[in-house]
Design a protein around this ligand. Structure first.
Ligand SMILES: NC(=O)c1ccc[n+]([C@@H]2O[C@H](COP(=O)([O-])OP(=O)(O)OC[C@H]3O[C@@H](n4cnc5c(N)ncnc54)[C@H](O)[C@@H]3O)[C@@H](O)[C@H]2O)c1
Length: 252
Protein backbone atom coordinates (compact mmCIF):
# COMPACT_ATOMS: atom_id res chain seq x y z
CA UNK A 1 0.00 0.00 0.00
CA UNK A 2 2.22 2.79 -1.34
CA UNK A 3 -0.08 5.64 -0.24
CA UNK A 4 -1.24 4.54 3.22
CA UNK A 5 -1.64 7.57 5.54
CA UNK A 6 -1.54 9.98 2.63
CA UNK A 7 -4.25 12.36 1.44
CA UNK A 8 -4.09 12.94 -2.30
CA UNK A 9 -6.01 15.81 -3.95
CA UNK A 10 -6.60 15.29 -7.70
CA UNK A 11 -8.03 17.79 -10.22
CA UNK A 12 -10.06 16.57 -13.19
CA UNK A 13 -10.41 13.18 -11.50
CA UNK A 14 -13.78 12.09 -12.88
CA UNK A 15 -12.65 10.69 -16.24
CA UNK A 16 -9.65 9.70 -18.32
CA UNK A 17 -6.17 9.88 -16.82
CA UNK A 18 -7.50 11.63 -13.68
CA UNK A 19 -9.97 8.81 -13.03
CA UNK A 20 -7.17 6.25 -13.32
CA UNK A 21 -5.07 8.31 -10.88
CA UNK A 22 -7.96 8.44 -8.38
CA UNK A 23 -8.48 4.66 -8.69
CA UNK A 24 -4.81 3.77 -8.33
CA UNK A 25 -4.24 6.13 -5.39
CA UNK A 26 -7.31 4.71 -3.59
CA UNK A 27 -6.22 1.13 -4.33
CA UNK A 28 -2.81 1.96 -2.84
CA UNK A 29 -4.44 2.90 0.47
CA UNK A 30 -4.57 6.68 0.03
CA UNK A 31 -7.42 8.92 1.10
CA UNK A 32 -8.35 10.58 -2.16
CA UNK A 33 -10.27 13.80 -2.72
CA UNK A 34 -10.93 14.89 -6.28
CA UNK A 35 -12.61 17.74 -8.13
CA UNK A 36 -14.14 17.95 -11.58
CA UNK A 37 -16.75 19.95 -13.49
CA UNK A 38 -18.50 16.72 -14.54
CA UNK A 39 -20.71 16.09 -11.50
CA UNK A 40 -22.39 12.93 -12.84
CA UNK A 41 -19.11 11.18 -13.62
CA UNK A 42 -17.51 12.42 -10.39
CA UNK A 43 -20.32 11.20 -8.15
CA UNK A 44 -20.51 7.87 -10.00
CA UNK A 45 -16.80 7.24 -9.48
CA UNK A 46 -16.92 8.33 -5.83
CA UNK A 47 -19.93 6.09 -5.08
CA UNK A 48 -18.36 3.07 -6.74
CA UNK A 49 -15.09 3.44 -4.85
CA UNK A 50 -16.70 4.22 -1.49
CA UNK A 51 -18.98 1.17 -1.85
CA UNK A 52 -15.88 -0.98 -2.38
CA UNK A 53 -14.40 0.34 0.88
CA UNK A 54 -12.08 3.04 -0.46
CA UNK A 55 -11.58 6.44 1.18
CA UNK A 56 -12.68 8.78 -1.60
CA UNK A 57 -14.60 12.04 -1.79
CA UNK A 58 -15.65 14.13 -4.79
CA UNK A 59 -16.43 17.87 -4.96
CA UNK A 60 -17.64 19.82 -7.96
CA UNK A 61 -15.12 22.52 -8.77
CA UNK A 62 -13.84 24.29 -11.86
CA UNK A 63 -10.06 24.63 -11.56
CA UNK A 64 -10.32 27.99 -13.32
CA UNK A 65 -12.36 29.35 -10.40
CA UNK A 66 -10.17 29.88 -7.34
CA UNK A 67 -13.09 30.29 -4.92
CA UNK A 68 -14.62 26.95 -6.01
CA UNK A 69 -11.23 25.24 -5.86
CA UNK A 70 -10.53 26.68 -2.41
CA UNK A 71 -13.93 25.62 -1.09
CA UNK A 72 -13.44 22.04 -2.37
CA UNK A 73 -9.90 21.94 -0.98
CA UNK A 74 -11.06 23.15 2.45
CA UNK A 75 -13.86 20.57 2.57
CA UNK A 76 -11.40 17.85 1.52
CA UNK A 77 -9.06 18.82 4.38
CA UNK A 78 -12.01 18.71 6.84
CA UNK A 79 -12.85 15.21 5.61
CA UNK A 80 -9.37 13.63 5.45
CA UNK A 81 -6.97 16.08 7.22
CA UNK A 82 -4.10 17.92 5.53
CA UNK A 83 -3.32 17.18 1.90
CA UNK A 84 0.04 15.42 1.48
CA UNK A 85 -0.07 15.03 -2.29
CA UNK A 86 -1.54 17.07 -5.16
CA UNK A 87 -2.07 15.97 -8.75
CA UNK A 88 -2.77 18.77 -11.21
CA UNK A 89 -4.43 16.80 -13.98
CA UNK A 90 -7.46 18.78 -15.26
CA UNK A 91 -6.75 20.02 -18.74
CA UNK A 92 -8.25 20.66 -22.16
CA UNK A 93 -6.82 20.74 -25.67
CA UNK A 94 -6.57 23.92 -27.71
CA UNK A 95 -6.65 24.13 -31.50
CA UNK A 96 -6.86 27.91 -31.87
CA UNK A 97 -5.88 30.13 -34.74
CA UNK A 98 -3.41 32.77 -33.47
CA UNK A 99 -5.18 35.51 -35.44
CA UNK A 100 -8.81 34.78 -34.60
CA UNK A 101 -8.24 33.63 -31.00
CA UNK A 102 -9.71 36.24 -28.63
CA UNK A 103 -8.25 37.55 -25.38
CA UNK A 104 -10.97 35.74 -23.48
CA UNK A 105 -10.31 32.42 -25.21
CA UNK A 106 -6.60 32.81 -24.41
CA UNK A 107 -7.25 33.62 -20.73
CA UNK A 108 -9.86 30.87 -20.37
CA UNK A 109 -7.47 28.28 -21.78
CA UNK A 110 -4.49 29.21 -19.60
CA UNK A 111 -6.82 29.40 -16.59
CA UNK A 112 -7.40 25.65 -16.98
CA UNK A 113 -4.14 24.31 -18.39
CA UNK A 114 -1.57 26.40 -16.53
CA UNK A 115 -2.74 28.63 -13.66
CA UNK A 116 -4.13 25.84 -11.40
CA UNK A 117 -0.57 24.57 -10.84
CA UNK A 118 -0.01 27.81 -8.93
CA UNK A 119 -3.48 27.88 -7.32
CA UNK A 120 -3.25 24.38 -5.85
CA UNK A 121 0.28 25.18 -4.64
CA UNK A 122 -1.14 28.25 -2.87
CA UNK A 123 -3.66 25.99 -1.12
CA UNK A 124 -1.50 22.98 -0.33
CA UNK A 125 1.94 24.41 0.45
CA UNK A 126 1.23 25.98 3.88
CA UNK A 127 0.42 22.61 5.51
CA UNK A 128 3.08 20.78 3.50
CA UNK A 129 5.75 23.28 4.59
CA UNK A 130 4.68 22.88 8.22
CA UNK A 131 4.76 19.08 7.96
CA UNK A 132 8.03 19.19 5.98
CA UNK A 133 6.50 16.63 3.67
CA UNK A 134 4.62 16.72 0.39
CA UNK A 135 4.57 15.67 -3.23
CA UNK A 136 3.07 17.58 -6.15
CA UNK A 137 2.66 15.94 -9.55
CA UNK A 138 1.78 18.05 -12.57
CA UNK A 139 0.33 16.27 -15.59
CA UNK A 140 2.14 17.88 -18.47
CA UNK A 141 2.40 16.37 -21.96
CA UNK A 142 4.81 15.36 -24.68
CA UNK A 143 3.72 18.79 -26.05
CA UNK A 144 5.71 20.41 -23.23
CA UNK A 145 8.85 19.75 -25.25
CA UNK A 146 7.72 18.95 -28.81
CA UNK A 147 4.42 19.90 -30.28
CA UNK A 148 2.27 19.22 -33.31
CA UNK A 149 0.64 21.47 -35.93
CA UNK A 150 -2.80 22.75 -34.99
CA UNK A 151 -2.36 22.73 -31.19
CA UNK A 152 -1.91 26.48 -30.58
CA UNK A 153 -1.20 27.41 -27.73
CA UNK A 154 -1.31 24.00 -25.95
CA UNK A 155 2.47 23.59 -26.28
CA UNK A 156 2.99 26.92 -24.50
CA UNK A 157 0.75 25.96 -21.56
CA UNK A 158 2.41 22.59 -21.12
CA UNK A 159 5.93 24.11 -21.41
CA UNK A 160 4.85 26.54 -18.69
CA UNK A 161 3.73 23.62 -16.52
CA UNK A 162 7.26 22.22 -16.84
CA UNK A 163 8.70 25.62 -15.88
CA UNK A 164 6.41 25.89 -12.86
CA UNK A 165 7.40 22.36 -11.85
CA UNK A 166 11.05 23.42 -11.81
CA UNK A 167 10.34 26.71 -9.96
CA UNK A 168 8.34 24.94 -7.26
CA UNK A 169 10.77 22.03 -6.95
CA UNK A 170 13.71 24.39 -6.36
CA UNK A 171 11.88 26.69 -3.95
CA UNK A 172 10.07 24.04 -1.92
CA UNK A 173 12.90 21.49 -1.69
CA UNK A 174 14.10 23.10 1.55
CA UNK A 175 10.71 22.15 3.05
CA UNK A 176 11.16 18.54 1.86
CA UNK A 177 8.39 18.99 -0.68
CA UNK A 178 8.97 17.27 -4.02
CA UNK A 179 7.50 18.55 -7.28
CA UNK A 180 7.54 16.55 -10.52
CA UNK A 181 5.87 16.46 -13.90
CA UNK A 182 4.52 13.49 -15.82
CA UNK A 183 4.32 13.85 -19.59
CA UNK A 184 2.01 11.41 -21.35
CA UNK A 185 2.20 10.72 -25.07
CA UNK A 186 -0.95 9.40 -26.78
CA UNK A 187 -3.19 7.98 -24.05
CA UNK A 188 -6.59 6.59 -25.00
CA UNK A 189 -9.06 8.89 -23.24
CA UNK A 190 -12.07 10.90 -24.46
CA UNK A 191 -9.76 13.86 -25.10
CA UNK A 192 -7.54 11.83 -27.47
CA UNK A 193 -10.40 9.91 -29.08
CA UNK A 194 -12.15 13.18 -30.00
CA UNK A 195 -8.98 14.51 -31.61
CA UNK A 196 -8.21 11.23 -33.39
CA UNK A 197 -11.70 11.11 -34.90
CA UNK A 198 -11.39 14.68 -36.23
CA UNK A 199 -9.70 13.71 -39.51
CA UNK A 200 -9.78 10.60 -41.71
CA UNK A 201 -6.56 8.61 -41.39
CA UNK A 202 -5.37 10.39 -38.21
CA UNK A 203 -5.86 7.29 -36.03
CA UNK A 204 -3.89 5.08 -38.43
CA UNK A 205 -1.08 7.66 -38.70
CA UNK A 206 -0.94 8.07 -34.91
CA UNK A 207 -0.75 4.32 -34.41
CA UNK A 208 1.94 3.89 -37.05
CA UNK A 209 4.44 6.15 -35.24
CA UNK A 210 4.14 4.51 -31.81
CA UNK A 211 7.47 2.81 -30.90
CA UNK A 212 5.59 0.24 -28.79
CA UNK A 213 3.09 -0.30 -31.60
CA UNK A 214 0.14 1.00 -29.57
CA UNK A 215 -1.13 3.98 -27.63
CA UNK A 216 -1.13 4.07 -23.83
CA UNK A 217 -3.88 3.37 -21.32
CA UNK A 218 -4.74 5.80 -18.48
CA UNK A 219 -3.70 3.29 -15.78
CA UNK A 220 -0.19 3.22 -17.27
CA UNK A 221 0.14 6.94 -16.47
CA UNK A 222 -1.47 6.51 -13.04
CA UNK A 223 1.14 3.95 -11.94
CA UNK A 224 3.93 6.49 -12.49
CA UNK A 225 1.97 9.22 -10.69
CA UNK A 226 1.42 6.94 -7.68
CA UNK A 227 5.15 6.21 -7.57
CA UNK A 228 5.94 9.94 -7.54
CA UNK A 229 3.36 10.56 -4.79
CA UNK A 230 4.74 7.74 -2.67
CA UNK A 231 7.75 7.39 -0.42
CA UNK A 232 9.28 5.12 -3.07
CA UNK A 233 10.51 8.27 -4.84
CA UNK A 234 11.94 10.31 -1.95
CA UNK A 235 14.95 11.57 -3.96
CA UNK A 236 13.01 12.45 -7.12
CA UNK A 237 12.17 16.12 -7.62
CA UNK A 238 12.16 18.70 -10.40
CA UNK A 239 11.91 15.97 -13.01
CA UNK A 240 9.66 15.30 -16.00
CA UNK A 241 8.65 11.66 -16.44
CA UNK A 242 7.77 10.76 -20.01
CA UNK A 243 5.02 8.13 -20.22
CA UNK A 244 4.87 8.09 -23.99
CA UNK A 245 5.89 4.58 -25.05
CA UNK A 246 9.13 6.00 -26.43
CA UNK A 247 7.51 8.52 -28.77
CA UNK A 248 9.60 11.40 -27.38
CA UNK A 249 12.77 9.61 -28.50
CA UNK A 250 11.63 9.58 -32.11
CA UNK A 251 12.73 11.97 -34.83
CA UNK A 252 10.47 12.57 -37.86
N1 LIG B 1 -4.91 11.77 -23.24
C1 LIG B 1 -3.71 12.07 -23.69
O1 LIG B 1 -3.22 11.48 -24.65
C2 LIG B 1 -2.91 13.14 -23.00
C3 LIG B 1 -1.60 13.33 -23.44
C4 LIG B 1 -0.81 14.27 -22.82
C5 LIG B 1 -1.31 15.02 -21.78
N2 LIG B 1 -2.58 14.82 -21.37
C6 LIG B 1 -3.04 15.64 -20.25
O2 LIG B 1 -3.60 14.79 -19.27
C7 LIG B 1 -4.64 15.48 -18.57
C8 LIG B 1 -5.91 14.65 -18.59
O3 LIG B 1 -6.28 14.41 -19.94
P1 LIG B 1 -7.34 13.30 -20.36
O4 LIG B 1 -6.91 12.77 -21.67
O5 LIG B 1 -7.58 12.37 -19.24
O6 LIG B 1 -8.61 14.24 -20.60
P2 LIG B 1 -10.19 13.90 -20.42
O7 LIG B 1 -10.89 14.97 -21.19
O8 LIG B 1 -10.45 12.48 -20.73
O9 LIG B 1 -10.39 14.14 -18.86
C9 LIG B 1 -10.16 15.42 -18.29
C10 LIG B 1 -10.97 15.56 -17.01
O10 LIG B 1 -10.78 16.90 -16.54
C11 LIG B 1 -12.05 17.49 -16.31
N3 LIG B 1 -11.98 18.94 -16.50
C12 LIG B 1 -11.86 19.61 -17.68
N4 LIG B 1 -11.86 20.93 -17.44
C13 LIG B 1 -11.96 21.10 -16.09
C14 LIG B 1 -12.02 22.23 -15.25
N5 LIG B 1 -12.01 23.48 -15.74
N6 LIG B 1 -12.12 22.03 -13.91
C15 LIG B 1 -12.16 20.78 -13.39
N7 LIG B 1 -12.14 19.67 -14.15
C16 LIG B 1 -12.02 19.83 -15.48
C17 LIG B 1 -12.99 16.82 -17.31
O11 LIG B 1 -14.35 16.93 -16.93
C18 LIG B 1 -12.48 15.38 -17.28
O12 LIG B 1 -13.07 14.62 -16.24
C19 LIG B 1 -4.76 16.85 -19.26
O13 LIG B 1 -4.01 17.80 -18.52
C20 LIG B 1 -4.14 16.61 -20.61
O14 LIG B 1 -3.62 17.81 -21.16
C21 LIG B 1 -3.39 13.91 -21.96
Amino acid sequence: MKLANKHIFVTGGAKGIGEAIVRDAANEGGSVSFVDIDVLAGEKLMNELVESGKKVVFFKADVANFEELKSAFTQAVSKFSDVTGVVNNAGVNSHADPVSMTDKEWDDFFAIDMKPVWLTAKLALPAMRKAKHGSIVNICSIHGRLTYPGFFPYGAAKSAVLGLTRNLALDEGKHEIRVNAVSPGYILTDLTKTWLSGEIGRLERANSIQPLGRMGEPHEVAKVVTFLLSDKSTYVSGSDWAVDGGLGARSA
